[in-house]
Each structure stands twice: as structure tokens, then as C-alpha cells.
Design a protein around this ligand. Structure first.
Ligand SMILES: Nc1ncnc2c1ncn2[C@@H]1O[C@H](COP(=O)(O)OP(=O)(O)O)[C@@H](O)[C@H]1O
Ligand SMILES: [Mg+2]
Length: 259
């Protein structure tokens, strides 16, 4: 979707994140500036330890950057208090994780409506049914997670993320625990929520095929942006990842300036 003058869904400006103190310091993010337009699907890729999860958590307001700023729909996250952050996470943001994070004793319907009920809201039955239909679980309202396949469980987690009509869905390796075919169903579902509902998706993945479902791929290396690809294909992503290895080697080689 082209920029129509509306603010980006998420904007990061010179975000740094340093873990630990003194000699134990780890610079997880080293000055990242980027934005995620409304109604776009972005994949974030990079070697293990390159800062992907940290980027996602800072962008989602789950963690605070050491410096720099994060704007969500033009509101600066670091200026919000805990109450405002809680409301933001509940109303504007959805999360999907690799380990589906469903509660085993709750049914599908109860898992999906849990965030609303925790917020003291009454789930709208029709809305719940619509969302469960959309993820292909219309017949499974009363099943428990253990009675579902991995792909179905992840679709419950996606339904739970969709129930509040969030502006942005953050997904960290959402297909990491799924087999190839099931992963494709889940990716198609995410892609559909961008196309049909204008949701913004930011997804961390290490799989070039998963990344090819996105409109754009951002590459991270050593906590820095190391390029991006538009309209990615699995092949172009895989090729870029191979070069990224060389890029990281270049950064750590003595005498080489950092790019
Ligand atoms: N809570 C933490 N405390 C200390 N170091 C951390 C913490 N979280 C991540 N790191 C470090 O920050 C770097 C980036 O981690 P992460 O964002 O998880 O990378 P990725 O998701 O790309 O594998 C790594 O070196 C990791 O060890
Ligand atoms: Mg990670």
C-alpha cells in the first residue's frame, strides 16, 4: 500500500539497545532507523544473535530501547506510562510467538477471548465466530489445544491476536515449530490479514520461504540494518542471506571500517 500521508504504523529512530553492564555489555541493537507503513507485511531476517527479537520487542513496546525512539501510530512509546502501555498492547498490538503460548486448560474460544476478558471486556460472540472462521477453526470452538495440531494451535494464537483488530501484529518465528505445509497455511493467513484488513505485520523469521510472503525483507547483522529487499522471492532472500554472512565477517575483520 502506498503512503497516503497517514503516519506509519511503527517508526524506529536510531534505536539502540544495550544489555548488561560494563564488561558484560552486549549491544543488541546499534542504531536502527526504519519504519513500517500501514498495511504492509515486513519480514526481519538475520543471523542468530543479530538482534531480531530485540528489534521486535522494542518496536512492540515490550522492551524499552536504551536510546532512540519508537513511535506507534505517531505516539512515542517511551513517553507512555505503564497504564498507557498496557492499553496500547491490548488495543493496538497483537503478538504471535513460535511457542503458541496457549493455555492448555482453556478451550479454543476461551484462549482467543482471554485478552479481552482480562481487560474486563465482554467478547462479542459473532466477532469471535467470525475470527475463528477466518482462521479455519469454525468447527473447533470447544476443543482444547492438546486436541489440535501444531498448525491449528498457531491459528488459534493468530485468532487471539486478531480478536482486538490490532493495528500491528508482531510475530517472532511464527512458523518455527511448524512443518512446511502447515507453515504455508499460517503465512497465507497472515498475508490475508494484511490484504483484507489492512493490518500491519512485522515478522521475524529465518526461513526464506516464509520471508517471501512479505512485501519487504529487512536484514539485520550485528544489531544494524544490513539492507532490504522489496517483493522478495525465496531465492533472492536466500541469496542475500548468504552475502549477509560475508557482511558480518567483514564487520568483525580487523582494519575494516564499519558500514
Ligand atoms: N535479556 C538479555 N540479556 C542479555 N543479553 C541479551 C538479552 N536478550 C538478548 N541478548 C543478546 O542480544 C543479542 C541479540 O539477541 P536477539 O535479539 O535475541 O537476537 P536474534 O533474535 O536475532 O537471535 C544477542 O547477543 C543476545 O545474546
Ligand atoms: Mg530471536
Amino acid at each position: 500500500m502506498k503512503n497516503t500521508g497517514a503516519p506509519d504504523a511503527v517508526r524506529l529512530t536510531d534505536v539502540r539497545k544495550v544489555y548488561g553492564r560494563r564488561e558484560n555489555q552486549v549491544v543488541a541493537l546499534d542504531g536502527v532507523t526504519t519504519q513500517f507503513g500501514r498495511g504492509t507485511f515486513t519480514a526481519i531476517m538475520g543471523p542468530s544473535g543479530s538482534g531480531k527479537s530485540t528489534l521486535l520487542q522494542c518496536a512492540a513496546g515490550l522492551d524499552q530501547p536504551t536510546s532512540g525512539s519508537v513511535h506507534l501510530e505517531d505516539r512515542e512509546i517511551s513517553e507512555m506510562n505503564e497504564t498507557e502501555l498496557t492499553a496500547l498492547r491490548r488495543d493496538r498490538i497483537g503478538f504471535v510467538f513460535q511457542a503458541f503460548n496457549l493455555l492448555p486448560v482453556l478451550t479454543v474460544r476461551q484462549n482467543v477471548t482471554l485478552p479481552l476478558r482480562l481487560a474486563g471486556l465482554r467478547p462479542d460472540r459473532r466477532k469471535v465466530a467470525t475470527v475463528l472462521d477466518r482462521v479455519g477453526l469454525g468447527q473447533r470452538h470447544h476443543h482444547r489445544p492438546a486436541e489440535l495440531s501444531g498448525g491449528q494451535q498457531q491459528r488459534v494464537a493468530i485468532a487471539r491476536a486478531l480478536i482486538s483488530d490490532p493495528a500491528v501484529i508482531f510475530a517472532d518465528e511464527p512458523t518455527g515449530a511448524l512443518d512446511t505445509r502447515t507453515a504455508r497455511d499460517v503465512l497465507a493467513l497472515l498475508q490475508d490479514s494484511v490484504r483484507s484488513s489492512g493490518q500491519t505485520i512485522v515478522m521475524v523469521t529465518h526461513d526464506p520461504v516464509a520471508a517471501s510472503y512479505a512485501d519487504r525483507v529487512l536484514f539485520l547483522a550485528d544489531g544494524r540494518l544490513a539492507g532490504e529487499l522489496h517483493s522478495p522471492t525465496a531465492e533472492s532472500v536466500a541469496e542475500r542471506m548468504t552475502h549477509l554472512g560475508a557482511f558480518v565477517d567483514g564487520l568483525s575483520a580487523p582494519g575494516k571500517g564499519r558500514i
